[in-house]
Design a protein around this ligand. Structure first.
Ligand SMILES: [Cu+2]
Length: 194
């Protein structure tokens, strides 16, 4: 009888420890218009395997599509040209570091070129054929990131319970970081300014 009780206690303890799992970080970025990127900063003592999925940035109608793409560090991005004219892709720096500037070249419709973003930071994309074309790749140090909707709302899924620093980025605005504790659910609102 006593043994059965103890076995049940052990099973209960195991079940409870397995229940401690992942949650979400959500909130709103205000003070700016349109999409922002929100991401969890470096988690001390943790490394994350590079994703195998390759996001596509298209050049269509003389625009980069989408305008803002967030990817985890180590992700390979495919740059596609869907226009009848040749496009180029280059960036002069990553987060201001000109040593990380790169020119992927110029290529015609239907072709794509790839680049693996190993350094975290903000990559301002340009096309030297069309000076009005611009876009941003936000390379994040963790797999926990989101691009907000046009109203600034965001939700980052599958974040393990814990305490983090979360950063909001918006084109032309100053970055803002704040501490967030996730225990099933975490909230972080930001108000950015230029
Ligand atoms: Cu172009």
């Amino acid at each position: 009888m006593k043994c059965t009780f103890m076995a049940m206690a052990i099973v209960t303890t195991l079940t409870m420890s397995m229940a401690a799992s992942a949650g979400t970080i959500s909130g709103k970025v205000s003070g700016v218009n349109g999409e922002s990127a929100v991401y969890v900063e470096v988690v001390a003592g943790k490394t994350f395997p590079a994703p195998t999925a390759k996001p596509v940035i298209d050049q269509k109608g003389l625009m980069f599509m989408p305008h803002i793409v967030a990817v985890q560090q180590g992700t390979t991005v495919d740059f596609l040209n869907s226009d009848n004219v040749a496009h180029n892709v280059f960036w002069i720096s990553i987060s201001g570091n000109k040593k990380l500037g790169h020119n992927l070249g110029t290529w015609p419709k239907g072709e794509k070129r790839s680049f693996k973003f190993d350094n975290p930071g903000v990559v301002p994309l340009l096309c030297n054929v069309h000076p009005e074309m611009a876009a941003y790749v936000i390379v994040t140090p963790t797999p926990y990131f989101a691009v907000t909707d046009k109203s600034g709302e965001y939700k980052i899924e599958n974040v393990p319970d814990g305490s983090y620093s979360v950063t909001a980025w918006h084109e032309g605005a100053k970055n803002q970081s704040k501490p967030v504790t996730v225990a099933g659910e975490g909230k972080a609102d930001f108000t950015l300014s230029k």
